[in-house]
Design a protein around this ligand. Structure first.
Ligand SMILES: CC(=O)N[C@H](C=O)[C@@H](O)[C@H](O)[C@H](O)COP(=O)(O)O
Length: 224
């Protein structure tokens, strides 16, 4: 029997291979190489931004691809509409990651409609949430995975430096949908703590794939 995606991700690392606008690493072949390096290091899956990069990664890497499409940087910007979600499925994403916070979506659709459309197109949905309530709601609306991605990034939720392992533990205790720990996980020990808190798997981005941000940390450290 083919193992389910959840089985394939269980207890394992997902590497987010993204680069912000204007960053020298924001280059499709470069991002694909990051994903290949993640595979070589033992990652179970990669999380990738924009259909073009998703398609190139699917073609070259041979790992399940979690696709998102960031459009803008305020309000709902991670896969904001059904159109964005379906473009990611078309590009080959096995899982579509989408904002599932309690904020209005720019096309007036609901998160439940996005889930339905993605399921009909044959892929699964990772709900990026910022609170326990949003996680409960996303699970009720049919999300296949609930991730803590947006904790600390939504107006009203305080910016934090540490990963929100409390939210991981609360979600894991409350919902049957698998929980993915994501956001500010910077060390192997934190990744292991996230699993111990009840996460199915752990997403790490900046600490692995962001040389510009990592360089800045060291430069700032020297300037103190
Ligand atoms: C808030 C938001 O837009 N998060 C994005 C979601 O895809 C990415 O910018 C993050 O890098 C990703 O979540 C991984 O987190 P970290 O880089 O902290 O390991």
């Amino acid at each position: 029997m083919t193992p389910s995606l959840a089985d394939a991700l269980k207890g394992r690392l997902i590497v987010s291979c993204q680069a912000p606008p204007g960053d020298p690493m924001r280059h499709t072949d470069t991002l694909v190489r990051m994903a290949l390096a993640a595979r070589a290091g033992g990652a179970a899956a990669v999380r990738v931004n924009e259909p073009e990069v998703v398609a190139a990664t699917v073609a070259a890497v041979g790992l399940p691809v979690i696709g998102l499409w960031k459009d803008g940087d305020t309000g709902v910007y991670i896969t904001p509409t059904v159109r964005h979600a379906l473009a990611l499925v078309e590009a080959g994403a096995a899982i579509v990651a989408a904002d599932a916070t309690a904020r209005p979506r720019p096309d007036g659709s609901t998160f439940a409609e996005l889930v339905e459309a993605v399921h009909e197109a044959g892929a699964q949905v990772m709900a990026d949430v910022s609170t326990l309530d949003e996680g409960r709601e996303a699970a009720a609306q049919g999300a296949d995975f609930v991730a803590t991605t947006l904790s600390g990034y939504v107006p009203g939720s305080a910016r934090q430096t540490a990963p929100d392992l409390r939210l991981v533990a609360e979600l894991a205790a409350e919902i049957r949908t698998p929980v993915i720990a994501e956001g500010r996980i910077s060390t192997p020990a934190q990744a292991a703590e996230a699993l111990a808190a009840g996460a199915l798997s752990v997403v790490v981005g900046t600490a692995i794939t962001a040389p510009t941000a990592l360089t800045r940390l060291f430069v700032d450290g020297l300037a103190r």
